[in-house]
Structures are given as C-alpha cells and as structure tokens.
Design a protein around this ligand. Structure first.
Ligand SMILES: [Zn+2]
Length: 130
C-alpha cells in the first residue's frame, strides 16, 4: 500500500475532502475533520481526543487500516469522531466510492447489453434489407 495510491484515490474523490482531511501518521492513513465542530451543541471549542482504528476496503488498494480522530467538546463534554459517512456507511467497511464503482460497472454492463441488442437489430435490419 503506497501513499501515492491514497492521494490519487482521494484526489479523484473531491467531494469527500469537504468534510474531512486525510494525512499520514507513520504510513497509517489518518482522518480528521477539516473543520472540527461539535455535532451536539455546534461549538467549535473542541479538542482532539483519541484515535479509533477502522478497517476500510478501498477499490484500488483493498483492505486498509485507518485511524479516525475522535474529539471531545469543551462545552458539553461529549465525544464524537470524524464523520466519514460521505466515504463509508457506519455499518460497512466498503467505501461508498467502491460501491458507486460497482454500480457503474453494473450500469455499464447493462448499457453494453443494450448496445449489443441495438447492433443486433441494426445487423438484422441490414441483413433483411439485403
Ligand atoms: Zn458540544
């Protein structure tokens, strides 16, 4: 697993960058919020807390261990972690980017099936007229 793969992957996933930042700590991908804000009371008075380890499955690089930054709110005292929902569902290890890619593959496949049907019709149309 190379950093380059990750950077390339995330550059191709621009919308993901809006909610969080990706950096590396000892070659381990590390996610933190680009703007840290308490989801409970809305204050920006939050401090970094611990890391949560997660295993994510990316399309190009496969299974990868990542670290997710947790925060603690100085106003209400609640803890929360970096919101990765734009990248991966809470109950899934497969990234949305991976899922949308497989949807693309399916629609591409169906699309090519349609094209095959069309060219068949064209072919038979031509062969009938001859
Ligand atoms: Zn709070």
């Amino acid at each position: 697993m190379s950093d380059f793969c990750f950077v390339k992957l995330f550059k191709s996933c621009q919308k993901v960058f809006k909610s969080f930042d990706l950096s590396f700590k000892k070659d381990v991908p590390y996610f933190k919020l680009s703007v840290a804000r308490c989801p409970y009371c809305g204050t920006h008075h939050v401090v970094k807390y611990v890391f949560t380890s997660r295993t994510l499955v990316f399309k190009e690089i496969g299974k990868t261990r990542v670290k997710v930054q947790r925060y603690v709110c100085k106003r209400c005292g609640k803890t929360f972690q970096t919101d990765l929902t734009s990248l991966v569902d809470k109950n899934s290890n497969f990234t949305n980017e991976l899922k949308s890619e497989s949807e693309h593959l399916i629609s591409d496949y169906l699309g090519s099936l349609k094209n095959v049907c069309k060219s068949f019709k064209k072919f038979f149309g031509i062969s009938v007229s001859h």
